[in-house]
Design a protein around this ligand. Structure first.
Ligand code: S3P
Length: 746
């Protein structure tokens, strides 16, 4: 980014915005001279006293003479008069920009003065910053830092002038965007002008009431928060409402309709409709915040969190592990697409499953909760989803994106799926390709077949048979979900069995699924019927405590009612082969899934060659199994697990880096890892040296190294742990309960 340099900058108007930009130019030494013109002599006097301007003029023509940059910073309705006054005094190649909140009328005013052929130096702009305080004394040099500035260059604008105006705002610390004039005005009408109009209106409504004194006296937080912006400059807002008349009226009409619809719901006692609107609005408010910040969902997380563990200890107790992530995702999807009301209990309130929940809210489904793991979904049927207003944000969740791709390929509306920086690096062609074979129009618009995904609506789907090239439950499920709308019978064959929650849950919703060896088939055109879903505890989350208890002396942990679906129990099988003492108690069925209490005690583990057929059945558990392998006696070899390289991080490399750092001899291979365990017969030596681990914002890496601390001689610091909340929001609390205190630093 270059530093723009001007000989003379002239400000016409020196209020909050103009004087703040002048302060930036002064401080960064971007101009030889700053001239200012204002209708107010007091402003001009103050500008000199404050050192904001070098020369001041009552007549704007005098200010712009010789200026190579002219900034129009007065109320927008004065634009035509000011341009008329300065036209003949302007340098022919001067850059002219403005800071007005409306752009259409500024361009119209310029045309009225210059004719259709506007000066090449004319680049309209709008910094989205401000405050209720006005005037030259209120200006601040950092007013624009981390704010957006929208430039609306015209066809006549010289690209060089646009570049210099852009650099000027960047020098002020702003993020500069460009868009057409009309779009700017329509967006600002809704996001800024309408809220101001409503704030003024609400204060006026209360102020005009006969008992206004009482009302104001009792008006508390809500009134204060909602009406803060009604303290803004009336003249400025008068000008904005008038100048952006068409777009403001459109926005106001939209609001009036919305208010009338809400009124009607209250009048008619439509409480589920009312709840739907309020729930969607509340969730959307949160969602936008996160979408813009590109952070995960939960307010309590921040992107720089770290764990510190002292080293040593053991795990004991009976623990309730939170709900299964895979089952939670599917309960929302099928519940939303079913006829009737589905009740879910044990839902995982982690960010990934919440991203799925939010996506269906965005598509018009009324969902109550989650509250203590309970969710009520008012199903809309297979053809009841509505077009979302914007892109669907999947956060960190690959499952949400791949399964939803199948569902969305069959809808009557277009959608775009986006995610956080980790998700936007993950491969999506693996699901896009089979969906295309079914007739879907789906495009991965990232650089290498990665998100965002753009899906076109109204594409009739036809059944296919698909041989999955990799063992992936996500891809299998995406295809089976699309098959619900496809003509004919879709079948998918898998090279190895993968988790079958989609198949089980479709059947729980009354949808026939046929399973023949390694081939699953679904015929389109049926219906899903609402049901009750009890989500079992997540064996992938339980795995951290299983390994933690196995590797540490004097440990004895029971994990209650954990899902033991045979397509998920690879971790039990592998740990048993390594010599772990694991018992299953109280086996039962819950919501179509087998569950059991898993008891696990300290065990002397030994290294093994992990059977490749166990890989898909333990795919998410390898990071923590590597920790177990490091504590075992002898060598452990994993092969056939190249999928680990495309999870939330490259789990082979990231784990190898962390293990090396903690003093473990291990070799990453393209499809697995060789780990030389440091275990000793009949003793519990400290296996890991302490150190600082980089989790690469991968939840399972962070939780795995947490368990490593149980056999560490020194403290372990784990960086980037905020993503633990994607799958295991109360992980630190459960560690504490089991006797492993974690110090969390934000
Ligand atoms: C999941 C399938 C697995 C797993 C992921 C959840 C699912 O991914 O790693 O955490 O819910 O279907 P792949 O199917 O891509 O292996």
């Amino acid at each position: 980014m270059g530093q723009p340099r001007f000989e003379k900058v002239a400000f016409i108007g020196l209020g909050l915005i103009g004087s703040s930009l002048a302060r930036v130019i002064r401080e960064r030494q971007l101009a030889g001279c700053i001239a200012a013109s204002s209708r107010s002599q007091t402003t001009l006097d103050q500008a000199l006293t404050l050192g904001v301007a070098d020369e001041v003029h009552r007549d704007p023509a005098d200010a712009v003479r010789g200026a190579d940059l002219v900034v129009l910073a007065m109320p927008v309705c004065a634009t035509e008069a000011v341009l008329t006054a300065i036209r003949l005094a302007l340098k022919p190649d001067a850059i002219i920009t403005d800071v007005g909140s409306t752009k259409g009328n500024v361009v119209e005013a310029a045309k009225a003065v210059f004719g259709e052929q506007l000066p090449a130096g004319f680049v309209p702009g709008h910094p989205i910053a401000g405050g209720e305080k006005t005037g030259v004394t209120a200006g601040k040099v950092d007013l624009f830092a981390h704010h957006k500035v929208i430039l609306t260059p015209l066809e006549s604008s010289d690209p060089e002038a646009v570049r210099r105006v852009r650099e000027l705002w960047q020098a002020a610390g702003a993020e500069v965007l460009e868009m057409p004039v009309d779009r700017h005005d329509a967006i600002l009408a809704r996001t800024s002008h309408l809220p101001h109009l409503l704030a003024f209106a609400l204060v006026e409504q209360l102020a005009a009431a006969s008992d206004n004194l009482d009302i104001f006296r009792y008006a508390a937080g809500g009134f204060r928060d909602f009406t803060r912006i009604a303290a803004s400059d009336p003249l400025m807002w008068h000008d904005i409402f008038m100048a952006n008349k068409t777009a403001v009226l459109d926005a106001l009409d939209g609001f009036t309709q919305q208010a009338a619809a809400l009124r009607e719901r209250i009048v008619s006692g439509d409480s589920s409709g009312l709840l739907g609107v309020l729930g969607r609005a509340q969730a959307a408010r949160e969602h936008f915040t996160h979408m813009l910040a590109k952070t995960p969902y939960m307010e309590t997380t921040s992107v720089s969190q770290q764990f510190t563990l002292n080293g040593g200890g053991s795990l004991r107790g009976r623990l309730h592990i939170p709900g299964d992530k895979s089952v939670s995702h599917r309960s929302i999807m099928l519940g939303a697409l079913a006829e009737g009301v589905t009740q879910v209990s044990g839902f995982l309130e982690g960010e990934d499953a919440l991203a799925t929940l939010q996506a269906f809210r965005d598509m018009g489904v009324v969902i109550e909760g989650p509250k203590n793991g309970n969710v009520t979904i008012h199903g809309v049927g297979l053809n009841g989803l509505k077009a979302p207003a914007g892109a669907l944000y999947m956060g960190n969740s690959g499952t949400s994106m791949r399964l939803l791709s199948g569902i969305l390929s069959a809808q009557s509306f277009d959608t775009v799926l986006t995610g956080d920086p980790s998700l936007t690096k993950r491969p999506m062609e693996r699901i896009a390709k089979p969906l295309r074979l079914m007739g879907a129009h789906i495009q991965s618009t990232g650089e290498r077949g990665t998100p965002p995904l753009s899906i076109k609506g109204n594409q009739p789907l036809t059944a296919i048979h698909y041989d999955l090239p990799m063992a992936s439950a996500q891809v299998k499920s995406g295809i089976l979900l699309a098959a619900l709308w496809a003509k004919g019978t879709t079948s998918v064959s898998e090279p190895e069995p993968t988790r079958d929650h989609t198949e089980r849950m479709l059947q729980a919703f009354g949808y026939p699924v046929s399973v023949n060896g390694n081939i699953v088939s679904v015929t389109g055109g049926g219906t899903l019927t609402a049901t009750r879903i009890q989500v079992p505890a997540d064996i992938s989350s339980a795995a951290f405590f299983m390994v933690g208890a196995a590797i540490s002396p004097n440990s004895d942990v029971t994990l209650l009612q954990v899902g033991i679906n045979p397509t998920r129990t690879g971790v039990i099988e592998i740990l048993r082969q390594m010599g772990a003492d694991i018992q299953l108690e109280n086996e039962a069925m819950a919501g179509g899934e087998p569950v059991a209490d898993i008891r696990i005690r300290s065990s002397q583990l030994k290294g093994i060659n992990i059977p490749e057929d166990q890989v898909p059945l333990a795919i998410d558990e390898f990071p923590v199994l590597f920790i177990a392998a490091a504590c075992a006696q002898g060598r452990t070899v994993l092969t056939g697990a190249e999928e680990l390289r495309v999870k939330e991080s490259d789990r082979i490399q990231v784990m190898a880096d962390g293990l090396h750092l903690l003093g473990i001899d291990c070799t990453p291979t393209p499809d697995g890892m060789i780990i030389e365990g440091k275990g000793q017969p009949d003793s519990w030596p400290e296996v890991f040296a302490g150190g600082q681990i980089e989790s690469h914002h991968d939840h399972r890496i962070a939780m795995s190294f947490t368990m490593a601390s149980l056999r560490s001689s020194q403290p372990i610091h784990i960086m980037g742990t905020e993503t633990v909340a994607t799958s295991f929001p109360n992980f630190t609390l459960l560690c504490q309960q089991a006797g492993l205190p974690i110090q969390v630093t934000e």
